[in-house]
Design a protein around this ligand. Structure first.
Ligand SMILES: NC(=O)c1ccc[n+]([C@@H]2O[C@H](COP(=O)([O-])OP(=O)(O)OC[C@H]3O[C@@H](n4cnc5c(N)ncnc54)[C@H](OP(=O)(O)O)[C@@H]3O)[C@@H](O)[C@H]2O)c1
Length: 290
């Protein structure tokens, strides 16, 4: 199959490599061409624009930072992705975007076949094809592309109509981020109160109330694993979208708002490109949140 992947960042490059390894003809486009060099050396074909990539491909994946990046790739008036699509092609948005943008304003995109497929998992899961892709859109389009999705993801549950996959993704990331933020604050409180890290490591992981995320985070804290898997700047962006989503559902967004401000203050302290676990470092340095 001819597979296009727009975005050669941490996740997009790994997804594109999986398709190359599965013997598909892969086309890539990235805003910064140099970052696609490794993929091109591995056999990917460079496309000069999102339009050219869509014209060359049967299916197109976008793996981009945020709404702004996604919108500019999809809708650029001269080089945008939509200009190269037709009814034979499916476009799959893997970026974590806002609920509003995931609904694709009908006036702009209604004539195209597209699926939402936000990613659950990080770089190691992308590399080992263990990602989950949460799928929303038209179920017939999903059935048509499912075999291909399984060349880069282990699980591809169909969630429902547009908006539902991204809503779930924002909730999953919020549940993750809230736990990490709470844990960074409370772990630091324990160490400042005379607990040894070794003692914490012995006591906390095996309690009935300890979640898998707490266990995972505790290991990252213990090993000072702060190099980026899931960078703070991406989770902070997700909390902005989660906050909007929660409010649009008519629910008070106190907790998502507060957690966003914790990540925002870590970015201001220069930790934006560090892993989410670097919040521990932030608290240990005496974090002052907004
Ligand atoms: N990293 C993770 O663990 C993880 C896990 C699950 C989901 N996600 C989500 O997956 C998406 C991609 O994440 P990532 O880790 O691959 O991010 P990344 O490494 O920062 O890559 C971001 C990509 O977006 C492109 N981009 C950014 N702004 C752009 C703009 N204005 N116009 C065009 N292209 C633009 C970048 O192009 P350049 O190379 O030119 O900068 C790059 O290709 C994000 O939505 C993220 O939230 C990430």
């Amino acid at each position: 199959m001819k597979v296009g992947v727009i975005g050669s960042g941490a996740m997009g490059s790994r997804i594109a490599k999986n398709f190359i390894d599965a013997s598909h003809k892969v086309y890539v486009f990235n805003r910064t061409k140099e970052k696609a060099a490794e993929l091109i050396r591995s056999g990917a074909n460079w496309s000069d624009s999102p339009t050219a990539l869509a014209e060359a491909s049967d299916i197109v994946f976008t793996v981009l930072t945020d709404d702004h990046a996604s919108e500019s790739i999809w809708l650029d008036p001269t080089l945008g992705l939509v200009l190269g699509l037709d009814s034979s092609k499916v476009a799959v948005e893997c970026s974590t975007i806002s609920y509003d943008w995931s609904l694709r304003p009908a006036s702009k995109l209604k004539e195209y076949r597209y699926l939402e497929a936000p990613l659950v998992g990080s770089r190691p899961q992308a590399e080992s094809k263990q990602l989950a892709m949460l799928i929303a859109g038209d179920e017939k389009d999903y059935e048509a592309v499912k075999p291909l999705l399984l060349d880069t993801a282990a699980k591809t549950p169909f969630i429902g109509s547009h908006g539902k996959a991204i809503a779930l993704k924002l909730v999953i990331n919020s549940l993750f981020g809230i736990q990490v933020a709470a844990f960074a604050e409370l772990y630091t409180a324990l160490t400042h109160s005379g607990f040894e890290e070794e003692q914490i490591m012995k006591l906390l992981p095996n309690l009935p109330v300890t979640s898998p995320i707490m266990q995972f985070t505790l290991n990252q804290f213990a090993e000072r694993q702060f190099s980026p898997l899931f960078p703070i700047e991406l989770i902070e962006k997700d909390f902005g979208y989660a906050q909007q989503f929660v409010k649009s559902a008519g629910v008070s967004a106190n907790l998502t708002s507060e957690t966003k401000s914790v990540f925002h203050s870590a970015i201001k302290a220069g930790l934006g490109d560090q892993n989410i676990s670097a919040l521990l470092h932030h608290y240990q340095k005496g974090a002052q949140n907004d």
